[in-house]
Design a protein around this ligand. Structure first.
Ligand code: MN
Length: 320
């Protein structure tokens, strides 16, 4: 038996939907799948041969609440998620959704979700009110993740308005996802990852583990150039950062929404098969497209096992 574990698979809360369900422009079939916690979800998992989904709330999850209500609503959101998992404990695991607008509360919520609810880490989305999460005020969350030995998944969110206006808006009427899944998401999240390396957080938290989706948001292709620029042209007598070493040590990447042989080969060459995990990005991508692709690749049996399940079992401490 060779299970397939998919680790970037989304849903929408029913419990506090009115607070969060602002997806009116979303295609109906995507919306109905996000809202489906069991029936269609499990049917489409079975049809594609996916054994386990690691569930995460759709963007922006608990990041949408005000700092005053964040603790309460995040708890409700995560309790509901734990209940979903408990109905099918052999098919689901979960990433917590954290109220990052109140970092200390987010750190305690992460601890509660991991130690009391059996979750395997947390997912953060994009930026928060124009700020990236590498800023020191957010470090308590990463410190807690390191202490609990769980990863933080950096997932795209809607790009900052200043960026969208300057970079994307001239073409988004015609090409709706240019600023998001078609290009903007990757640019923002690869920037978020490079900033984390520059921030020095990995010098302080040497066992911190970060996950990026979409085969590393373009970074595997750019590691060499980024390393060259950042590592060899630093100011003398300042803190030295090895981009390549830091990125390849602390980051894991998933195949979500990027089922490309050439991108996978590049990722394998730069990061190695211990750092790549299978994901679909359901329901934005189709389960069967993802599983038929991964089965068709010319991965060695060893690498196939690692990417489809054993890396996830180890990183997320899953006991399936
Ligand atoms: Mn996603």
């Amino acid at each position: 038996m060779s299970p397939i574990i998919a680790i970037e698979e989304h849903y929408i809360t029913h419990e506090i939907k009115s607070l969060i369900d602002n997806y009116s422009s979303m295609p109906a079939q995507t919306h109905s799948r996000l809202n489906d916690h069991f029936d269609l979800r499990i049917k489409e998992m079975d049809e594609a041969g996916i054994d386990i989904q690691v569930l995460s709330h759709n963007h922006p999850g608990a990041q949408i609440f005000s700092p005053e209500t964040a603790a309460d609503f995040a708890m409700k959101l995560n309790d509901e998620l734990a209940t979903i998992v408990s109905k099918h404990p052999k098919r689901f695991a979960a990433f917590a959704s954290l109220p990052m607008q109140a970092p200390e509360i987010a750190a305690s919520e992460l601890e509660r979700c991991v130690t009391k609810k059996g979750m395997c880490g947390a997912m953060l989305h994009g930026m928060l009110k124009g700020e990236f999460f590498d800023l020191p005020k957010y470090w308590p969350v990463f410190a807690k993740a390191e202490e609990l030995d769980v990863p933080i998944y950096l997932h795209p969110g809607v790009p900052d308005k200043r960026v969208s206006d300057a970079y994307y808006k001239d073409y988004t009427d015609e090409f709706k996802v240019f600023g998001t899944a078609g290009w903007g998401f990757g640019i923002e999240m690869s920037t978020a990852a490079v900033r984390m390396v520059l921030s020095g957080i990995f010098e302080k938290h040497q066992n911190l583990k970060i996950i990026l989706g979409h085969l590393g948001e373009g970074l595997p292709f750019l590691i060499d150039r980024t390393h060259e620029g950042i590592t060899t042209r630093q100011s003398p007598n300042k803190r030295q950062v090895s981009f390549r070493n830091t990125f390849c040590k602390h980051f894991y990447i998933t195949t979500s929404g990027n089922f490309s042989d050439s991108a996978l080969l590049c990722s394998l060459m730069e990061m190695g098969s211990d750092k790549i995990l299978f994901a679909v990005d359901w329901p934005y991508n189709n389960n069967k497209d993802a599983t038929s692709w991964i089965k068709r690749t010319k991965l060695s049996p060893d690498d196939y096992q690692k990417i489809t399940h054993s890396n996830a079992q180890k990183l997320l401490n899953l006991n399936f």
